[in-house]
Ligand binder design. Sequence first.
Ligand SMILES: C[S@@+](CC[C@H](N)C(=O)[O-])C[C@H]1O[C@@H](n2cnc3c(N)ncnc32)[C@H](O)[C@@H]1O
Length: 294
Amino acid sequence: MPAPDAPFVTAGLSRDNACAAGRAFLRAAGVEAAAEDARALLLAACSIDRLALLTAAAASVSAVEAQQYRLFLERRAAGEPASRILGRRAFWTLDLEVRPGVLDPRPDSEALVRLALRVGRRDGTAPRRILDLGCGSGALLCALLDEFAEAFGVGVDLSDKACAATRANLASCGLGRRAAVVRGRWSAALAGPFDLIVSNPPYIRVDEFAALDREVRDHDPWLALDGGPDGLDAYRELFAATPGILGHNGVIAVEFGSGQAGDVERLANQQGLHKIDSEQDLVGRERASAFAPT
Ligand SMILES: C[S@@+](CC[C@H](N)C(=O)[O-])C[C@H]1O[C@@H](n2cnc3c(N)ncnc32)[C@H](O)[C@@H]1O
């Protein structure tokens, strides 16, 4: 789609009208969540929250706010996700920092959190030792430690940037003292035992890369996406190592791509793990499964 004209947002416009102009601009640029993104970017440009927009919708935007808003809108229209522009992402009940070079955590991954909460409590006790393999921004680890208040967590990632982002998010969520972050290849440097292991590993097939949304292709790191020729490389490694680090009654819960549930289950079965539960994403596709030793 050709780039639309510059957004019509000038100083003196009411916040409400600025928001409407931003929405129209993003719609014309083909942005799917135009209304939501226009509002989020306006709130950031004016440094206000949703309540201030609702209760003072007629207040005018200043010249500085209008200029900032126009810049944000232009970046969004050029394909940069709103979460990347704002450097923030709401995940589960938390507000997380999103950093360049680190996967932007997606709402779909909340399916894995829901599943992990269910299987983690399945025998009436809560897990004490949690491991997040490929922790990225730390979204899963932060959500689980926030929910399991007695647990200690370990996050592992091969990327230095991801390890730094996880540490920052743990600290800002007040969870830093209940977690350690290790740079390494999956569980290679760890001994266990863990009660609950979670992972949202890379699962994109190499031949799918060209067809990815440009918002993913241009902004998420390839290390976080590359699942190898059949998209399943990481699951082979993860499941092979699981029996050695899973505690008594322990569970591993993993996220996967749409249509991969059967293949992931087969790979788990080959390592003596059987499926005990699963969870769907926001549009009803099976996107996470939990496995325990047979
Ligand atoms: C799909 S992202 C998931 C990030 C985060 N857990 C989430 O759900 O938002 C996969 C993560 O695995 C990491 N990763 C890829 N290969 C790895 C490996 N061999 N060992 C450890 N981490 C790896 C990537 O750097 C990336 O942060």
